[in-house]
Every structure is written in structure tokens, then in C-alpha cells.
Design a protein around this ligand. Structure first.
Ligand SMILES: Cc1cc2nc3c(=O)[nH]c(=O)nc-3n(C[C@H](O)[C@H](O)[C@H](O)COP(=O)(O)OP(=O)(O)OC[C@H]3O[C@@H](n4cnc5c(N)ncnc54)[C@H](O)[C@@H]3O)c2cc1C
Length: 423
């Protein structure tokens, strides 16, 4: 049996049954992701992990399947997936190549930000009209030309944690902006067609909530990809640095009107959890691998079954329970996704994000312990899954630490509440 045949028997991920997309359509899109994942992503994942190279071949397959337009509204020629459906498609891809799924999640997040989420934000009529013109241009590039949008936000300072203005500055000039700054950990660096940069308007008093969200074309003069990339995991994301030196972008580069990105994060906080599904896919893949391994059904394995030992059965049961807990909480949080979620939904979002990121690693760890020494060889995907899974909790703004930080505070304080005696 080939790995392709073996994985073809994986049960599809459960659907979230979101209100805005019929369940049948959601199931079709997940099935499409499963097919592309098995046919392409799974075949290339090990090589890109070994070489720390971008999975361009997998992205070609996603492009050909039309999936780059997943988060583009149907009115602009896209697949019109809502937040929950997008997350489940990303999770399905993450079962086959987590690095591809993580990169893909950044692109989808840009599309949802300009489309579904922008529609829910408060804008003046003039802002709405301007946004309409700009997004038509960007969606046209994604749908018509298959362009890929990266999300360079992190700078190594407090901005990515949501605690300071972006150090990258956008100076207003005739017809657009000149950008200067440095972004770190830019997934798809050197491969994306456009970089959706968050930056601060270069004027006195500009704050985090004034942030601009601007698309910088990969071939813009003054833009440079630099630095090395040889990390523990998620190696195929090729997350190098981006240097912006006097880069000009026209007004049409605005992916949202000024200040609207901040409004989106405050009012649609599920946008922050867009990276979690790639890690849910890892958790599922580690479980899938363990079942096949213990049944001796993995390609190239000696036909030695290990499933008859009660210790293995108990370990798989433990993995399954952790996986079910993770999926259930995440699906529940996906159903909450919408504008102005209440305090319960916000707290559940942080609990779900934390659970996915930490449990992905815990499930991989259990899988290694259960399958044993031969399963950690680099000829098997589990070793890669284990390394990739460790990265989720490091990703800002919802690192495991910051999830606990926010959740603890949200559980104990109502909006606007404080402790006068301590402050
Ligand atoms: C595989 C991978 C791909 C990535 N791709 C992208 C990408 O495409 N775009 C992008 O923008 N970023 C990306 N990142 C970067 C990521 O989101 C973080 O910015 C990066 O990992 C931060 O690393 P750091 O060591 O500089 O964090 P630091 O800022 O040094 O923070 C270290 C830890 O301290 C805590 N901390 C930080 N600030 C505060 C604070 N103000 N208050 C309390 N605690 C705090 C957090 O828990 C954090 O994890 C990626 C990261 C990884 C691992």
C-alpha cells in the first residue's frame, strides 16, 4: 500500500456547520483540500522540510484547484468560504504539509480581512467606496492571476503582541506612501507576489489603531528579502526577513482603509486564530500516523503489527481523547466567529487557540512515545510533525503565554474594570 492509498482512508475532518455556508458546500471544499493534500502536498512535504525550501509545487496544485481564491467572496469570482470553512480547509491541508497550510492560512487571512470581515466593519460611505475599488483590484489579481499574499507583521518588538505601534513607517507622498522598516519571520519570503505589510502612518501621534495595511508587490524597488532560514520546524515556510527602504506603493495598495485593520482585530478577534488550523492538521496527522503504524499499514514498513499490546491501545485512546477535545473546542470557537463576539466567545477563542497549539505538540509527543524508535527516523513523517508542532505556541500575537495572559485577565475582569488600589 502506498502512503497515498493509506491516507485516502483517513476520515474527513468534521464540518463546523457554519450558518453562512451550506454544510454540503463546506464538505465539498474540505474534500477538495483532502484530494489536493494527498495528491500533491504529501508528496513534497519531506523534501521541502529537509531543504528548508518553499513548497512552490504544492502552491501550484492549490492554484490549479482554485483554492487560492478560497477566502475571496463569490461576488469577486472567489469560492466565498466563510471563516469556519476556511479554517477547516486549512486544517485538512495541514494533515499533509503543515508548512504549506500555515503559509496558505496567511494568504487566506488577507482575503478574509479584505472581504468577509471588512463588510462587517464600521466605515464611512467614502471609505467603503474606496475599499470597494481597492479590493476589486486585489481580488482580481488573486482570482485571475493566482497571486499569493504574505503577511509580514512581526518586527521583533512589542507591536506584534498588540502592545505598541508598528515601527515600520509609511510616509505620505503624492499618490501613495513611501515605506521604511524591517519585518522578521516573513513566511513565503521570496515566493509571495505581494506582502501585506502592517505599518504606522509617519505623522506625529500616530498610534497602533491608526495602522495601515498595505500590499507591497514583490518586485517593488527598495524591497529586499534577507537573513538566513534554518529553523527547528515549519521549515518550508521560508520565513526570512524583509527590508523596506523607501519603497513606494500607490494608494491602491491599501488593503483596508487607514485604521480598519485595528478595528478588525478588536471586533473580529477570531482573525488572530487563522494560524491554528494548520496545527490542528498536524495533531490529526500524528494520530492518523499512529493508527496506521500500529496496524503495520504504512508503506515500506515491515509487517509487524503492534496494536495487540494493551499499553499501545491505552496510548492511542489517550491520543484520541486529546484530539477529540481539541477538535471539539476549536469547532465550537469557529462557530462563534463573527463581529463583536461576547465575553464568553472571546474567552473560548483564547482557550481554543491555546489548546490547539499546545495539544498539537502533546499529541505528536505521545505518538512518538507510542510508536517507538523506528517512528522517529527521518524517513517517517512523524519526526517532522513533532518539530512543526512545536512552533504554534511561539506565534504572536497569540503565543501560549499571551493566550494565558489575555484569558486570565478576561476571566477576572469585565470590560473597563480595574483595581483602583493597585493601579
Ligand atoms: C514558523 C513561523 C512562521 C512565522 N510567520 C510569520 C509571518 O508570516 N508573519 C509574521 O508577522 N510573523 C510570523 N512569525 C513570527 C511570530 O508571529 C513571532 O513574531 C515570532 O515568533 C516572535 O518571535 P520573538 O522571539 O521575536 O518574540 P518576542 O517578541 O521576543 O516574544 C517572545 C515571547 O515573549 C512573550 N511576549 C512578547 N511580547 C510580550 C508582551 N508585550 N507582553 C507579554 N509577553 C510578551 C510572548 O509569549 C512571546 O512568545 C512566524 C513564526 C514562526 C515560528
Amino acid at each position: 500500500m502506498t502512503l497515498h492509498e493509506a491516507t485516502a482512508r483517513y476520515a474527513p475532518l468534521p464540518i463546523a456547520g457554519s450558518a453562512s455556508l451550506r454544510e454540503a458546500r463546506q464538505g465539498e471544499l474540505i474534500a477538495l483540500a483532502a484530494e489536493v493534500g494527498r495528491r500533491s502536498l504529501a508528496l513534497h512535504a519531506a523534501r521541502h522540510d529537509r531543504d528548508a525550501s518553499f513548497p512552490a509545487d504544492s502552491f501550484d496544485a492549490l492554484r490549479q484547484a482554485g483554492l487560492l481564491a478560497l477566502g475571496v467572496p463569490a461576488a469577486y469570482g472567489g469560492l466565498g468560504a466563510d471563516f469556519a470553512t476556511s479554517a477547516l480547509v486549512i486544517a485538512e491541508l495541514g494533515r499533509h504539509c503543515a508548512a504549506t497550510a500555515l503559509c496558505f492560512s496567511m494568504h487566506v487571512s488577507a482575503c478574509l480581512g479584505m472581504g468577509l470581515i471588512a463588510d462587517l466593519l464600521d466605515m464611512t460611505a467614502a471609505q467603503r467606496a474606496e475599499h470597494e475599488r481597492h479590493r476589486r483590484l486585489h481580488f482580481g489579481r488573486i482570482v485571475g492571476e493566482g497571486r499569493l499574499y504574505a503577511q509580514p507583521f512581526s518586527e521583533g518588538g512589542a507591536a506584534a503582541a498588540g502592545k505598541a505601534p508598528w515601527a515600520t513607517r509609511a510616509h505620505r507622498v503624492d499618490g501613495g506612501y513611501r515605506l521604511n522598516g524591517r519585518k522578521i519571520f516573513v513566511s513565503m519570503s521570496g515566493a509571495a507576489d505581494s506582502y501585506a505589510v502592517l505599518c504606522t502612518p509617519d505623522r506625529p501621534g500616530a498610534a497602533l489603531d491608526d495602522a495601515l495595511y498595505l500590499a507591497v508587490p514583490a518586485d517593488a524597488a527598495g524591497l529586499q528579502v534577507c537573513g538566513d532560514w534554518d529553523p527547528l520546524g515549519m521549515r518550508g515556510t521560508v520565513s526570512r526577513n524583509l527590508l523596506l527602504q523607501d519603497v513606494f506603493v500607490p494608494d491602491s495598495a491599501r488593503l483596508l482603509p487607514e485604521g480598519m485593520y485595528h478595528q478588525a482585530t478588536q471586533r473580529y478577534p477570531h482573525i488572530y486564530t487563522a494560524q491554528a488550523p494548520a496545527y490542528l492538521g498536524i495533531a490529526q496527522a500524528a494520530y492518523d500516523f499512529t493508527v496506521l503504524y500500529l496496524r503495520a499499514e504504512l508503506p515500506g514498513m515491515s509487517p509487524v503489527k503492534r496494536r495487540m499490546y494493551p499499553t499501545k491501545q491505552a496510548a492511542v485512546a489517550e491520543m484520541r481523547i486529546k484530539l477529540e477535545q481539541t477538535r471539539a473546542l476549536f469547532l465550537c470557537s469557529l462557530r462563534d466567529a463573527g463581529i463583536d463576539p461576547d465575553a464568553e466567545a472571546r474567552q473560548r477563542l483564547h482557550a481554543a487557540h491555546y489548546t490547539v497549539m499546545e495539544n498539537a505538540n502533546a499529541i505528536c509527543s505521545l505518538a512518538l512515545r507510542t510508536c517507538g524508535g523506528q517512528a522517529m527516523l527521518k524517513t517517517q513523517p512523524l519526526e517532522r510533525l513533532y518539530r512543526d508542532s512545536r512552533c504554534g505556541s511561539l506565534m504572536l500575537p497569540l503565543t501560549a503565554e499571551l493566550c494565558l495572559d489575555r484569558l486570565g485577565r478576561e476571566c477576572l475582569y469585565a470590560d473597563g474594570e480595574g483595581d483602583e488600589s493597585l493601579e
